[in-house]
Design a protein around this ligand. Structure first.
Ligand SMILES: *[C@@H]1O[C@H](CO)[C@@H](O)[C@H](O)[C@H]1NC(C)=O
Ligand SMILES: *[C@@H]1O[C@H](CO)[C@@H](O)[C@H](O)[C@H]1NC(C)=O
Ligand SMILES: *[C@@H]1O[C@H](CO)[C@@H](O)[C@H](O)[C@H]1NC(C)=O
Ligand SMILES: *[C@@H]1O[C@H](CO)[C@@H](O)[C@H](O)[C@H]1NC(C)=O
Length: 354
């Protein structure tokens, strides 16, 4: 590490606080020292279950069923995990509370101060057949609020957007019988639409836009179950690699066309792989012995985590310690998994202050 001594000290403190748990920043002063100018105070979130903290309707979503939320907040609360997810960690990084989901319309003015989460599980940049708002529609919700001057130009100028795309477009493509050889051109359409969306968010006045690269989708338990959770599917991983190469290109072009580096890719592909390979985080405080095996497993065939039979009996099993598994269910990291991923992304997140 060749950091300025003061910065090292600050980061060291940070490190301790992150490890300790709740508080990220030692104090306001440290934050100013570390970050120089831009200090985002609001977070707007668009995307799917990798960032949704409660937008899906209770009647539909597994995220509202037991045993989701068992670690945090202690009961199902709309997150696709046992606890905190990427959104919560990005908010923590910024030193703000996780923004409330858009669907929780009861919030008063004061609750809007940390931004809003528009992300909705199951959605894609295109329609995925689940009736929930696609990303264009989600962005339209913020546009509507800006028209109503719920957020001012100045608010937006001190805002960060987090955008997640974790593959529902591709799931829908395959489910609708899309041919394998058509996948590359479909990937390019998806990324093209992502570029349009990212630019639109920035053009609305949001100062910095952070977008996730696709995680190694072939390593999701949904795929690794076929090898008893031993091996990732490399065919799927190469599709993710193509997506990520195109995304990086699109973002570089966008970045070049704006002053100040306004766009940033959060490389979930590398960070998932690093954590899966290390079977834990780099500090050694989190350990995942069989990292490709989820905590919550459907008992048979199509049974998912959270589903019940007609007598109300669980069609799934849950591990004893969600904190020792990287994945929570067949698609989503556990809180501990997200935490390990977040720890690998922190240095990259620091670039939002450039
Ligand atoms: C998103 O959904 C809206 C409303 O259903 C639809 O009109 C629009 O075409 C969709 N956008 C994309 C990019 O698929
Ligand atoms: C990997 O995934 C592809 C579909 O994306 C599938 O056709 C193939 O059978 C899978 N390979 C293994 C070894 O499961
Ligand atoms: C955007 O540009 C800045 C410098 O202009 C650079 O540091 C950053 O890595 C670029 N980001 C991407 C995704 O190209
Ligand atoms: C973006 O700018 C960098 C350096 O300023 C340059 O090397 C790169 O080719 C540009 N990329 C695109 C896609 O315009």
């Amino acid at each position: 590490m060749e950091l300025h001594a003061l910065l090292s000290y600050t980061f060291f403190l940070l490190f301790l606080f992150v490890i300790a748990g709740e508080t990220v920043w030692a104090n306001e002063e440290d934050r100013k020292v570390a970050n120089g100018g831009f200090r985002p105070t609001k977070l707007f979130v668009f995307g799917d279950s990798y960032s949704d903290t409660g937008n899906n309707p209770k009647s539909l979503a597994s995220s509202w069923k037991t045993p989701y939320g068992v670690t945090f907040p202690g009961k199902p609360a709309g997150r696709y995990s046992d606890g905190r997810i990427l959104t919560d960690y990005v908010a923590r990084f910024m030193g703000i509370k996780s923004p409330l989901p858009y669907q929780w319309k009861k919030y008063g003015e004061n609750k809007l101060q940390y931004g809003i989460n528009f992300a909705c599980g199951g959605t894609g940049v295109f329609d995925t057949g689940n009736m929930q708002p696609n990303m264009s529609t989600q962005i339209g919700f913020l546009e509507g609020l800006i028209k109503q001057t719920v957020y001012t130009k100045r608010d937006l100028d001190s805002s960060l957007a987090l955008v997640t795309v974790s593959g529902n477009d591709y799931g829908a493509y395959t489910a609708s019988g899309g041919p394998e050889q058509g996948l590359p051109s479909f990937i390019s359409r998806v990324v093209n639409q992502m570029g349009i969306n990212l630019k639109r968010i920035h053009d609305m006045g949001v100062r910095k836009v952070v977008v996730t690269a696709l995680q190694p989708v072939g390593c999701l338990p949904k795929q690794t179950i076929f090898s008893s959770y031993q091996q990732c599917n490399e065919t799927d991983n190469s599709a993710a690699t193509l997506h990520n190469q195109l995304l990086q290109q699109a973002v570089t072009t966008l970045n070049n066309s704006t002053k100040g580096s306004s766009f940033l890719v959060l490389d979930l592909f590398s960070s998932f792989n690093t954590v899966l390979k290390n079977k834990g985080d780099f500090t050694g405080s989190l350990k995942f012995d069989t990292p490709l095996k989820p905590c919550c497993v459907g008992k048979k065939g199509d049974a998912n985590c959270g589903s019940l039979d007609e007598n109300g009996k669980a069609l799934y099993t849950v591990c004893n310690e969600p904190g020792s598994t990287f994945f929570w269910d067949s698609l989503h990291p556990s809180e501990a998994g997200w935490r390990a991923v977040y720890l690998t992304l922190r240095s990259s997140l620091n670039q939002i202050y450039n």
